[in-house]
Ligand binder design. Structure first.
Ligand SMILES: [Zn+2]
Length: 68
């Protein structure tokens, strides 16, 4: 198992935090998690499905994605 590059910590003045334990490269993936919530940005409204975020075209009205 790879050594963790981040650790959670708690600060009395700032609360919960996350800090690096090793040198990090630009663009390196540090953390991945399922989103708690999401929304479609203004530029993508009507271009992507608002449920699964798949790109279908300019006039998408309903989700037609398999499994939805
Ligand atoms: Zn969809």
């Amino acid at each position: 198992m790879e050594k963790p590059k981040l650790e959670k910590f708690w600060s009395p003045s700032r609360g919960n935090g996350l800090r690096a334990l090793a040198s990090l490269r630009p663009g390196e993936l540090l953390f991945r998690s399922e989103p708690l919530a999401y929304t479609v940005c203004k530029e993508s409204l009507g271009v992507v499905c608002e449920r699964c975020l798949c790109r279908y075209g300019a006039n998408l009205l309903t989700c037609v994605c398999p499994g939805m």
